[in-house]
Ligand binder design. Structure first.
Ligand code: FES
Length: 107
């Protein structure tokens, strides 16, 4: 099973074992990491914004034009920002590290 490490505000980390084929957003929810993701993965909100660790960013399939467009609406986007709902977890991504900005978390 692919494991995802979520880096949370304040320096906390949570490692979640995800179902293969699940999205990072789904893995977060399964692991009690409260990423907002208000559109439920329909690429219509950008509230699932995560910042992929630099060592992992180049190993992900590139974002679609739709994802790129939606990332422009993310709060505080960075060069390694992605939509959590658009990253599919495969065995090759086992150990993926993403930072969850405070703006993407439900309170
Ligand atoms: S959950 Fe809305 S764009 Fe990802």
């Amino acid at each position: 099973v692919p494991r995802v490490v979520f880096r949370l505000p304040g320096g906390r980390e949570r490692a979640v074992a995800a179902v293969e084929g699940a999205s990072v957003l789904q893995a977060a929810r399964a692991g009690a990491v409260a990423i907002e993701g208000s559109c439920g993965g329909a690429m219509a909100c950008a509230t699932c914004h995560v910042v992929v660790d630099g060592a992992w960013h180049g190993r992900l399939p590139p974002p679609s034009a739709e994802e790129e467009g939606m990332l422009d609406l993310a709060r505080e986007p960075t060069p390694t920002s992605r939509l959590g709902c658009q990253i599919r977890l495969t065995p090759a991504l086992d150990g993926l590290v993403v930072r969850v900005p405070a703006s993407s978390l439900l309170e």
